[in-house]
Design a protein around this ligand. Structure first.
Ligand SMILES: Nc1ncnc2c1ncn2[C@@H]1O[C@H](COP(=O)(O)OP(=O)(O)OP(=O)(O)O)[C@@H](O)[C@H]1O
Ligand SMILES: [Mg+2]
Length: 326
């Protein structure tokens, strides 16, 4: 395994009256090129966990190896080149006068020539989809989404093999979130990055993560393939989390229409399932659905459009006068 976290525990303010156990014997492995999603209720230890990955925090006990080497035994600068970190709040990460200086920060002290660092900064800027006109601007004068991208560029400029992101979509509008996710997908596809992604949003994981880890009170409560974890709704809820909204919708619908497969995680999957059950695309009225032997539309078909496709042709559903009873 590329990254191994073994029996990692972390206590804050150890030995003081304020001692706080944030992580309890966490064991996890991440393969090269894999994307692992990390979720858990507020205070469950997500940020504490990932901050160990580039040496920002030291384990109270346990260890972390990257490529087989314990990071505690390595030069931290080297570890930070290999493991890029994007903080939960970009404001915590940005402090330079200009976007250029901000992105170039990690390169200072590496002995890289000005020409080379200039090239690397522009390369990182383009990789996150920002234009060069921003290079002279103050990072604090940018929008939330732009700040997030600058923070990601500041990590990418080091050409890391692992990118760790703490809530990269937090505080962004839906379009901003979508753009950041698309960016991460692109980075993974084009640069083969190994990603560790902390998010509260399960939809982010459906799209991006191979596996998901759910933390609860500093310990691993669930771990497995993304679909398996997110569809285990009872266990998710016990861990203080929730499945995607569309999964709950389909679970309710299944109560009225038992043949529906409610193991869906996205609106697209739900659409495909409804189409499978109702047999055709929505929006084409009066075709072969619900007709008798002479081609007349059967009573009861009207009104079903309130719950989905307009010409459902799967008989036997309990629609209760046109509305699905859930
Ligand atoms: N600097 C600190 N000093 C003392 N305790 C801390 C410190 N940082 C975090 N903690 C405590 O450690 C626990 C885990 O915090 P952490 O920030 O890792 O949680 P989180 O899962 O990232 O939460 P959130 O979803 O709110 O970001 C919490 O109980 C928190 O109060
Ligand atoms: Mg956090």
């Amino acid at each position: 395994m590329f990254v191994r976290i073994e029996e990692l525990s972390h206590l804050y303010l150890r030995g003081t009256p304020f001692e706080q156990t944030a992580l309890r014997s966490i064991t996890l492995a991440v393969a090269r090129g894999e994307c692992v999603g990390i979720a858990g209720h507020a205070g469950s230890g997500k940020t504490t966990l990932i901050r160990h990955l580039n040496g920002l925090l030291q384990p109270t006990s346990g260890r972390i190896t990257v490529n087989g080497v314990d990071i505690a035994a390595r030069d931290l600068r080297e570890v930070r080149r290999e493991v890029g970190m994007v903080f939960q709040y970009p404001e915590q990460q940005l402090f330079e006068e200009t976007v250029f200086k901000e992105i170039a920060f990690g390169l200072s002290g590496t002995g890289m020539s000005i020409a080379n660092s200039d090239r690397r900064v522009r390369e990182a800027l383009h990789a996150v989809g920002l234009g060069e006109e921003l290079l002279g601007r103050s990072p604090f004068a940018l929008s939330g989404g732009q700040k997030r991208r600058v923070a990601i560029a500041g990590a990418l400029v080091m050409r890391p093999e692992i990118l760790v992101l703490d809530e990269p979509g937090a505080g962004l509008d839906p379009q901003g979130r979508r753009e950041i996710l698309e960016l991460l997908e692109k980075l993974r596809r084009e640069h083969g990055l190994t990603l560790l992604l902390v998010s509260h949003n399960m939809e982010d994981f459906v799209r991006l993560a191979d596996r998901v880890v759910i933390l609860k009170n500093g310990a691993v409560a669930m771990e497995g393939r993304t679909r398996e974890v997110l569809l285990d709704v009872g266990a998710l809820e016990s861990a203080g989390m929730a499945a995607p909204q569309i999964t709950y919708f389909m679970m309710k619908l299944k109560k009225a229409i038992p043949e529906i497969n409610d193991r869906v995680l996205t609106v697209a999957e739900a659409g495909a399932e409804l189409k499978r059950v109702w047999g055709r695309k929505p929006g084409r009225k009066g075709s072969h659905a619900e007709r008798d032997d002479h081609g007349a539309v059967l009573p009861g078909a009207i009104g079903r459009s309130q719950v989905g496709p307009e010409d459902q042709d799967s008989p036997g559903h309990d629609f209760h006068g046109g509305r699905v009873c859930c």
